[in-house]
Design a protein around this ligand. Structure first.
Ligand code: NAD
Length: 497
């Protein structure tokens, strides 16, 4: 099948968006590489301290008027942005595929989920309402109002270049704050396109800013005294060792979402026909580079016939996945983002085998890549059986298209395996028995819990939860919790004589 048209043409330099102006960074310039073709598709600057300062200053200056803009007016900008996102839906999706590598349908799904956050934030006049009580004491009324705080920093990971910054940005600006977004420098084009649409939607200059770069830019944002709070989505070590302590030290409020190593539990009474496609999407969709991807499977019970037949079907389906460039609509799995990530995944497969797991499906070299592309970033699906709860391939995040398979004698043991994982982002159970489902939901430690759902992605009007090693903070991104995070509650008590 033909490759869809690539939206990024030539090798453009990606610019920062500061105070409504497009500004070329004076910092170090790095290449942006399409992981499927290995071609350089653009360049991006690592913003300097002065550039970060100037973005925060622009955001600070815009804050005074923006917070005084009525919520109904603020949300009209978001309505316009939502409309423009719809009009540019296909282009935005292709940009993601071109710079990230995921299949075009996965990008389209991501664009949809991003737009939904803009739509939910359009409800801000209602969502931001406070509380009130009359006569808390004789003649005294008490009420609560929510006020914006100022400028927020939004730091994104590489794996969802469009959606993840939109878990925060629409809510931050809807509530009257101003923002500085720092997308992952591996995938800077998607948020650049979003900023073009922000500009077209007519947001006042300085409300929505973007600076590109990596860890030095994050440090600059964390140290900045005029940033009130940070939302971060990325790996657990950066969340735990860099972001959360720095926010504590500088008094910033913080939502910090980290890594994952999700476990999917299979009860022998599950609907096998419906479960297998769900598993394949969970483990191998987005090439395993999802914080809600399945990493390990636990098959419950000692029925060897069930186990063997189930695993045979999973293996056959996984082996038939078409690997290639995601702009080819018939491709089912794209490359991983870069050669280092591939190396890390290969290393984990070796570690698993050294620890005693056995290779049932070897994806270290994909059997066939659809199209004529270098294999630099491509892998096929890998299945490792005889995994064990103490192995590194179970306890550490691999973030690639691998499935470790364990067995447990009963549901209690399966839940124990989930709960002793250092990560608690999106564990799931597959069963036809409501009692098992309820027991799992009740006892499992997981911010997002799936019942017959392989990727437990909350809709925009629910918080994107996460617990323990997968999350630090109290409130979460998306929906009502985001509104709480981006506002201060002010309680007023009044009496009139
Ligand atoms: P990452 O932690 O390497 O990078 C995330 C962001 O932090 C990027 O913007 C990056 O530039 C910056 N950064 C990287 N190293 C830094 C450092 N030492 N100091 C300061 N900033 C630094 O993560 P990634 O590889 O871009 O993304 C994949 C990770 O994100 C995975 O662990 C995945 O599970 C996680 N993730 C979590 C969720 C969630 O909701 N919990 C969602 C998506 C991805």
């Amino acid at each position: 099948m033909a490759i869809l048209e690539e939206p990024i043409k030539g090798v453009p330099m990606v610019k920062n968006y500061i105070g409504g102006e497009w500004v070329e960074s004076q910092g170090e310039i790095i290449d942006v590489v399409n992981p499927a073709t290995c071609e350089t598709i653009g360049r991006v600057g690592i913003s300097t301290k002065e550039e970060i300062d100037s973005a925060v200053k622009a955001a600070q200056e815009a804050f005074y008027d923006w917070r005084r803009t009525p919520a109904v007016t603020r949300c009209r900008y978001l309505f316009r942005l939502g409309q423009l996102l719809e009009e540019n839906f296909e282009e935005l999706s292709r940009v993601q595929t071109q710079e990230h590598g995921k299949c075009i349908d996965e990008s389209r799904g991501e664009t949809r989920r991003g737009i939904e956050n803009v739509e939910v934030a359009c409800g801000i006049p209602t969502l931001m309402m406070g509380d009130s009580s009359e006569d808390v004491a004789s003649g005294i009324d008490e009420y609560l109002i929510r006020q914006p705080l100022g400028t927020f920093g939004i730091i994104g990971p590489f794996n969802f270049p469009l959606m993840i910054p939109l878990w925060s940005a629409p809510y931050a600006v809807a509530t009257g704050n101003t923002i500085v977004i720092k997308p992952s420098s591996e995938v800077p084009f998607t948020q650049t396109k979003i900023c073009e649409l922000v500009e077209e939607a007519g947001f006042p200059p300085g409300v929505w800013n973007m600076v590109h770069g990596g860890r030095t830019v994050v440090k600059g944002m964390l140290d900045h005294p005029d940033i009130e709070g940070i939302t971060f989505v990325g790996s657990t070590p950066v969340m735990r060792d860099v972001i959360y302590p720095a926010c504590g030290n500088t008094g910033k409020r913080c939502i910090a979402q980290g890594g994952a190593a999700n476990i999917l539990v299979i009860m022998p009474d599950c609907n096998v026909d419906a479960t297998i496609p769900s598993l394949l999407t969970s483990f191998f969709g987005n090439t395993g580079q999802r914080c809600l991807a399945g990493q390990n499977l636990v098959i419950v019970g000692d029925d060897d016939t069930f186990y063997n037949e189930f695993m045979q079907r999973v293996t056959d389906r996984a082996a038939s996945i078409v690997v290639g460039y995601g702009l080819n609509e018939s491709v089912q799995m794209g490359p991983v983002r870069d050669a280092q990530k591939k190396e890390k995944i290969l290393n984990y497969i070796e570690i698993g085998m050294k620890e005693g797991a056995t290779l049932r499906l070897d994806g270290r070299k994909p059997a066939k890549i659809a199209g004529d592309y270098p294999d630099t970033c491509f892998l096929g699906p890998t299945i490792l059986e005889n995994a064990h709860r103490e192995m590194r391939i179970v306890r550490e995040e691999i973030f690639g298209p691998t499935m470790g398979v364990m067995r447990a004698k009963n549901l209690e043991e399966a839940i124990e395996i989930c709960n002793e994982s250092p990560y608690h982002n999106g564990h799931a159970i597959f069963t036809s028995n409501g009692k098992y489902a309820r027991q799992f939901q009740y006892d499992v430690i997981s911010g997002n819990v799936g019942v017959n759902i392989g990727i437990v992605a909350p809709m925009a009007f629910y918080p994107f939860s996460g617990m323990a090693g997968s999350f630090l903070g109290i409130l979460h991104t998306q929906g009502k919790e985001a509104i709480r995070f981006f506002t201060e509650s002010k309680v007023c008590i009044q009496r009139w004589f």
